[in-house]
Design a protein around this ligand. Structure first.
Ligand SMILES: Nc1ncnc2c1ncn2[C@@H]1O[C@H](COP(=O)(O)OP(=O)(O)OP(=O)(O)O)[C@@H](O)[C@H]1O
Ligand SMILES: [Mg+2]
Length: 381
């Protein structure tokens, strides 16, 4: 990290580290932000959020679309970190096909579980250290060494870390040392749980909290992913989005260089306006994409339901169709349990779904056999 990139606008201090390089320690939030400078972009984002909330309000069963959106987020947020799997592999592992599952797929499944865990915790807890650490724990749980499993899941860092570069000397950015990072996390928690949450609009709060979290980089690994999980949590905790349908990683991934450069520019030069502009545009884009994905999923559901009702008398096929939107890979034992029917009846229901082109047998595992709803998987890819 080049200390010469930092000027007097920088919202923090350069401090010495145990590694002989300078680290950046951010000032407590909130910063002074120029609301007038982001007024138009803010209005546009709020309109996009309004449209997304309106769409959710029209849905008979919003649950249908939650898992597909979350699976997509898990894939894309992990991809930004260099962990790649496919929706097919992820859904197969989720359905219990452990055999042959790749380490990347396990890591992405952990992401999906960490996200669900956070959303469940939000019903009882404010956003706090405990929640953040538990999310981290779920994210890295059970992973082998070298994939974060050895990076003390659920614990803040004990060693100096750095971002972008093979050594601290060549790093693009050096976050605060462990002690300063712990203090900065205390301040961040206090800021999120401040007495006057209305003092900053939730969208801008999500932007500054995400920046602050990434800048503190409190964990040895997983900071990018945990920080991206925090974005929908903030928006939901403030009541800005009415269901967990806001997932920004696709848009962040598409503009990754800008994303990283603009956060660095906040640290080095206090360029908040540019960061907020970028973040708001990511939010608008995220809402537009979510709306389109939701439309696609709902029309697929309607198409499948109509098809099933015109061809089969039993309601079981329709029940499985709805189930496939949250879990697009099934086996005969899964369908048997879902419907509470015999093995034979479950197999027949699967055959019916194969006949109308909803399910397709997955090549590979045969004990049990798995069947995938390819169009549903594609609709959220
Ligand atoms: N200059 C910067 N200032 C603040 N945050 C940054 C900066 N550059 C990158 N980031 C954030 O750090 C993440 C990548 O850093 P790093 O590779 O250290 O993450 P990590 O701890 O391995 O997390 P993960 O494993 O989830 O990617 C980026 O996704 C971005 O969110
Ligand atoms: Mg990492």
């Amino acid at each position: 990290m080049d200390p010469r990139s930092f000027n007097s606008g920088s919202p923090g201090k350069l401090i010495d580290t145990s590694l002989g390089v300078k680290a950046f320690s951010p000032d407590p939030l909130p910063p002074k932000i120029d609301l007038a400078a982001v007024f138009l972009a803010f209005g546009e984002s709020m309109a996009a959020i309004g449209a997304l909330n309106a769409k959710i309000a029209q849905l008979r069963n919003p649950h249908i679309i939650l898992r597909p959106l979350q699976r997509r987020e898990a894939l894309l947020s992990s991809a930004m970190e260099g962990t790649f799997t496919t929706t097919d592999e992820l859904a197969l592992l989720e359905a219990g096909a452990e055999e042959g599952a790749r380490a990347d797929t396990r890591e992405v499944l952990n992401y999906a579980r960490a996200l669900t865990h956070a959303l469940n915790m939000m019903e009882q807890l404010p956003i706090c250290h405990r929640m953040i650490r538990e999310v981290h724990e779920k994210l890295l749980a059970g992973l082998p060494r070298g994939r974060g499993g050895d990076k003390r899941p659920g614990e803040y860092k004990r060693d100096q870390n750095w971002i972008g570069g093979i050594s601290p000397q060549s790093a693009r950015f050096v976050p605060p040392p462990p002690k300063e990072a712990a203090a900065a996390m205390d301040q961040l928690e206090a800021f999120i749980n401040r007495d006057d949450p209305q003092s900053i609009p939730a969208l801008l709060e999500a932007a500054i909290v995400h920046y602050q979290f990434e800048t503190i980089h409190p964990f040895a690994d997983g900071n990018g992913r945990v920080g991206r999980i925090l974005i929908p949590l903030i928006l939901q905790s403030r009541g800005l989005i009415t269901a967990p349908v806001f997932y920004p990683s696709a848009s962040l991934e598409a503009r990754k260089d800008e994303y990283i450069d603009l956060m660095f520019d906040v640290s080095s030069k206090g360029r908040w306006t540019q960061w907020l502009h970028f973040f708001l545009s990511v939010c608008t884009d995220t809402c537009v994409t979510s709306n389109r994905l939701i439309d696609g999923l709902i029309s697929l559901q309607n198409e499948y339901r109509e098809l099933a009702m015109s061809k089969f008398r039993s309601n079981n096929v329709v029940i499985v169709i709805d189930h496939l939107f949250s879990s697009p890979v099934v086996s005969t034992p899964i369908v048997k349990k879902l419907l509470g029917v015999t093995h034979r009846a479950a197999r027949l229901t699967i055959a019916n779904l194969e006949e109308i082109g909803v399910l397709e047998k997955v090549q590979g595992p045969s004990m049990p056999e798995y069947f995938a709803a390819r169009a549903i998987l594609r609709a959220s890819a």
